[in-house]
Design a protein around this ligand. Structure first.
Ligand code: G3P
Ligand code: MG
Length: 261
């Protein structure tokens, strides 16, 4: 197991599913736009096709975000390659549903760090983690930050076995009472939580325990400032030891402009 401790730092502003407020979520276009908008780090969701190829997509089903129907995990990679993931956003028709390999290539080219959220279909945890870890070993550029996270904590345990040196974030909604035991159990240096329910007291306790704290999904600039511990004039009053380490947002440009970063 890795001996590394302390927060696994990503960035203060992380583009959630790419710049997904302005381009179709979890697509190459959204990730590229995040870089255009000044983001240095992105978050994506990853699951696998019927033949075990990792694809970047949030839902179990294809229907909401693509021209396909039914479960992603029941389609072959060749079938998924034909889908339109630009549906619903004008100007993005024909945007592919990206394979994780294509995303890694883009992130390397643009120099973007990554929070890779492992989103296995229930029952496919082992296959999903193995496929993702194989690709990370094969082609993730080691100089760029990479943190795994997952609501599927068993997947975090599997990722830890396979790639112990890739840091993990325990992904939760509200902070559970037993957060200390859970982060210990899964060897997590970070906790990634719902920003709507995180209290200042919890923030202090998590920081004192040496955890990195990242909050989703924060699109309101004032909420972002509160969570990051910024009050009033940022340059004068920002306490770098208070607040969370970063937030996930669908609008990285808007938040960076507000926060002055
Ligand atoms: O990883 C942060 C956030 O993406 C978790 O929720 O549903 O947007 O994947 P979700
Ligand atoms: Mg996610």
């Amino acid at each position: 197991m890795s001996d590394a401790t302390g927060p696994a730092l990503l960035a203060r502003i992380i583009a959630h599913r790419g710049a997904s407020g302005d381009a179709p979520e979890n697509t190459l276009a959204a990730l590229s736009l995040a870089a255009d908008h000044g983001a240095s780090c992105v978050e994506i969701d990853v699951s696998i096709s019927a033949d075990g190829i990792p694809f970047v997509h949030h839902d179990d089903k294809l229907d909401r975000c693509t021209s396909g129907q039914g479960l992603l995990c029941e389609h072959s990679a060749a079938e998924l390659d034909l889908l339109d993931a630009g549906k619903g956003m004008p100007g993005y028709s024909g945007e592919p549903l990206p394979r994780l390999t294509a995303v890694f290539d883009l992130l390397q080219a643009r120099g973007l760090g990554l929070n890779l959220e492992i989103k296995p279909r229930k029952g496919l945890e082992r296959e999903t983690v193995d496929a993702i870890c194989a690709l990370v070993e094969e082609r993730w550029p080691a100089h760029l930050p990479l943190v795994f996270s997952s609501f599927s904590w068993s997947s975090l345990a599997m990722a830890r076995e396979r790639l112990p040196d890739t840091p993990r974030g325990l992904l939760v909604g509200a902070i559970p009472d037993d957060w200390q035991a859970l982060t210990d159990t899964y060897g997590c240096r970070n906790i990634h939580c719902d920003g709507a329910s995180l209290t200042p007291q919890q923030t202090r306790e998590l920081r004192q325990a040496g955890l990195g704290i990242y909050c989703y999904t924060v699109n309101d600039p004032e909420q972002a400032a509160r969570l990051l511990g910024i009050s009033g004039e940022q340059s004068a009053e920002h306490d770098a030891t208070a607040g969370v380490h970063g937030i996930f947002t669908d609008y990285p440009k808007r938040l960076a402009e507000y926060l002055g970063t």
